[in-house]
Design a protein around this ligand. Structure first.
Ligand SMILES: [Fe+2]
Ligand SMILES: [Fe+2]
Length: 470
């Protein structure tokens, strides 16, 4: 472990002069990007941040006040346990790759670049949110997520620099040149070009979009390309805080919605200056339907190739499955043909995107159940629901048709007639944005959200998580 280097790392950067120089050359470009596209303002303030300093599961991070541009973005790989093998696909049983096999160079680079691109994209999407944080605790959470997405970019750029030569260095530069939402140079995946300009969207993003990241990273952590497996494994350690921020964030808005609903003589949380449960449901519908797209086509020869070549496994491939070929099996898929939903058997390898989406949907369903438990405890008569995965799709086999929230096929006219009831309207967005006023007093919180159950790192909610540089 080397923390004194210009780039903290546990990959022995010091012994590879060429690589170190390439990364040191990229570092100022990264910092320029951070200053231009990272959180707007707050760069001189001291934030109580977690920094990765080790890969030991019991003590991998420290907490301290840091100015964001001084954050120690480092490169950490989960250490290898003995010799690793390729655990699935055609190469199963062979030694895991330490170098990129020539014939896989193109697709591996594409996988890494696609993952890498999401990291700076989300920082850009969340750039303005600090100005309207509902509490110092939340302001800190936002910046913690942001700096760690920056570190994830570092993790992927390290792989590009170390294993892909000149192409890799060019890709690393391009990652700092694309911009979320930009018409000419957008980020690669559409969800990462959506606006995240209110805090309910931020919580939905970290709940639903970062959760796609969890499953993608988990599938890559099974990879036969060992450096990718170890990089993504460590990223998952940080990622769990992002998911926590989203899941508990939505829960706190739900909790407050219930309190305000009960407080209002007409049961209207909006009349009490809050976000009402039907509005939260619309945000869920929007962000969930956007995030499920990220898993890719339901029937996909790319997914089959990634698996066959040993690049991307199933979720918990090594631990969960006892056969690792996914051959001779079929996936019973619901398809939409001739205006009807039909069941069709798809060779399992071609259905691996859908299989990963199943894991994701199950995890989201679990979270919605918890939120409903909160509502029930408050004695409010309302149930949140996850929309069906066919709802509001613009990619994949369901994208040519329209479906209701339960996934039943409906006409375009019917969908449009319900649009304002199912998805955020401009008025809804304007209303939610109107509630977004900053609360920067320690221990204080905006009216539309409940305080968290616990503070950070054993500190109370009242702790001064951000010290402003007056
Ligand atoms: Fe990330
Ligand atoms: Fe994340």
């Amino acid at each position: 472990m080397s923390l004194t280097d210009s780039i903290p790392n546990n990959v022995d950067l010091g012994s590879d002069r060429k690589l170190l120089r390439a990364l040191e050359k990229w570092q100022p470009d990264f910092l320029n990007w951070w200053k231009e596209m990272g959180p707007d303002g707050f760069q001189e303030d001291k934030i109580y941040l977690r920094t990765a300093i080790d890969v030991d599961p019991k003590g991998w991070a420290t907490y301290d006040y840091v100015k964001m541009p001084d954050y120690r973005w480092g490169i950490f790989l989960t250490p290898r346990e003995g010799e690793r093998q390729i655990n699935f696909g055609e190469e199963q049983g062979k030694k895991a790759w330490e170098e990129v096999p020539g014939e896989l160079r193109g697709i591996l680079r594409r996988i890494i670049v696609t993952q890498a691109d999401t990291e700076p994209a989300s920082v850009e999407q969340q750039r303005q949110l600090g100005k309207t944080a509902p509490s110092l605790y939340d302001l800190r959470s936002l910046f913690q997520v942001n700096v760690e997405e920056g570190r994830h970019l570092w993790a992927m750029v390290h792989l590009l620099h170390q294993y892909f030569g000149k192409d890799g260095r060019e890709e690393a530069e391009a990652l700092l040149e694309r911009r979320s939402g930009d018409a000419d140079k957008p980020r690669i995946l559409q969800t990462f070009n959506e606006k995240t300009d209110d805090w309910l969207s931020f919580f939905c993003f970290t709940m639903f979009t970062d959760r796609d990241g969890k499953f993608q990273l988990a599938a890559l952590s099974e990879s036969g390309f060992d450096p990718l497996a170890r990089a993504t494994q460590f990223m998952l350690t940080e990622e769990s805080f992002h998911l926590f921020t989203g899941e508990t964030g939505v829960e706190r808005v739900v909790q407050r919605a219930c309190e305000l609903t009960k407080q209002d003589p007409n049961g209207d949380a909006r009349a009490q200056g809050g976000i009402d449960l039907p509005t939260i449901q619309k945000w869920i519908n929007f962000w969930f339907s956007s995030a499920v797209e990220l898993f890719g086509g339901e029937i996909s020869s790319n997914a089959a190739d990634y698996f066959a070549t040993g690049l991307k496994g199933r979720y918990r491939e090594a631990a969960k499955y006892d056969e690792h070929q996914a051959l001779g099996n079929v996936y019973d898929m619901t398809v939409f043909e001739d205006g009807k939903l039909n069941q069709r058997e798809v060779p399992l390898r071609n259905a691996l995107n859908e299989l990963l989406r199943d894991e994701y949907v199950a995890d989201c369903t679990r979270a919605v159940r918890l939120w409903n438990h909160t509502i029930k405890k408050q004695g409010v008569d309302f149930e949140l629901k996850l929309p069906n995965r066919r709802f509001n799709r613009s990619m994949g086999i369901y994208s040519g048709a329209t479906f209701d929230l339960e996934g039943r096929p409906i006409s375009v006219e019917e969908f449009e007639a319900h649009r304002a009831e199912w998805l955020p309207t401009l008025e809804d967005r304007a209303y939610v944005r109107s509630l977004m006023v900053p609360v920067y007093e320690p221990g204080q919180i905006a009216n539309w959200i409940s305080p968290p159950k616990k503070g950070v790192n054993g500190q109370p909610f009242e702790f001064e998580y951000v010290q402003f540089n007056q």
